[in-house]
Every structure is written in C-alpha cells, then in structure tokens.
Design a binder for this molecule. Structure first.
Ligand SMILES: [Ca+2]
Length: 190
C-alpha cells in the first residue's frame, strides 16, 4: 500500500514536470495545485489592417497548461511554444477564487494587449481592445469568505509586449496579485 502510494506521488510529480517547460518562471504551476488553467490559440493578422480586432478568436487551439497567476510575466515563450510566434494569439484562463473576507472586492487588471474578466459568469471587466498598459478596474463585487467562485479571463495579444496583471483588494485585504486563492482544475488522467 505504501509502495503504491509512493508510485502515485511519483507519477503526480512527473506529470507536473511534463506540463512545465523548463525556463518558465512565475508562470509555473505550484506543487500545491494553485493556479489557472490556460488554453492557448493562434490568430491570423489581417494583412490590410494590423489593428483589426476581429482577428482575435478562439478557433485555432494550439495547447493548454497551468500557470501560477497573472503577475505581469511575459507570455512570449508559451505562445511561441504553442503557435510558433509570440504575435497574434489569444488565451483563456479559468480557475477558482476563494475570498478570505465577506466583503466587497475590487479587481484591477492591466496588460498588453486587451482582456476580459468574468466572476461567477458575470462580465466585470471588458477591455477587448488592441491597446496596452491601460489599467481597468471592476465595480465592487460582493463576495463571501471561504466560498469558491469561478473565474475566467480572456486575453488577446497583437504584437510586441505580451503580459497581463490581475490584482484584487477589499476593505480588509490590501491590493495584491490574485494568487494563493486560485486553484486550477486538475485534468491529469492516470
Ligand atoms: Ca502586445
């Protein structure tokens, strides 16, 4: 029994290593299983208008993996790995947040380029634009301590810098990167 347990743990650790390309930093999933599930898609630039927002779709899936958080680290390596280029990509991140306090929370996002944020199915930030470093703030959202809330982020990258930052704050919680409360949905099959 003990031996079997050891084998299972070893398999989990190996699976974790396989899912994590070497050289990735804060985009790494943590061993505790916190983080977001990321799906990555390739887009095609409009040759007549490189600012055409309509090219940013989710119909050319190229790969998926976990990331620890959205802290401003570059996605260039991940996009290049999956689609062959860091330019013209989209990504969708899903996970769960668990607030510490029963209070109104405010979410702050900024990135390069645009993004949308849903909490429990409600669109709370909508910045689907090919613009960068334009901070966005949600309206205050009432959340309950200890409760699990679904979170979804969609992201578009045109060219150049490619990063996203997501923070939250409440009356009792200082503004910080949404990190420890995120839990990715484990899809490993063993
Ligand atoms: Ca960009």
């Amino acid at each position: 029994m003990r031996r079997l347990f050891g084998i299972v743990i070893a398999l989990i650790l190996i699976s974790g290593m396989l899912m994590t390309p070497t050289g990735a930093s804060a985009a790494d999933p943590t061993i505790e299983g916190h983080g977001l599930w990321g799906e990555f898609y390739k887009c095609e630039k409009n040759p007549d208008n490189r600012e055409d927002i309509n090219v940013f779709k989710f119909d050319d899936f190229r790969g998926e993996r976990t990331i620890a958080n959205l802290n401003g680290d570059s996605f260039a390596g991940i996009f290049t790995q999956f689609s062959g280029t860091a330019d013209y990509n989209t990504a969708r991140f899903t996970g769960t947040i668990v607030p510490k306090y029963t209070e109104d929370y405010t979410f702050h996002m900024v990135g390069d380029d645009g993004f949308r944020l849903w909490i429990n199915g409600a669109l709370v930030i909508d910045f689907w634009q090919q613009k960068w470093e334009v901070p966005q703030v949600s309206a205050p959202i009432s959340l309950e301590a200890g409760k699990h809330y679904d979170i979804k982020v969609e992201y578009l990258q045109g060219w150049g810098g490619t990063w996203l930052k997501m923070e939250w704050e409440s009356a009792s919680q200082p503004r910080e990167i949404v990190f420890l409360s995120l839990r990715f949905i484990c899809r490993m099959t063993m």
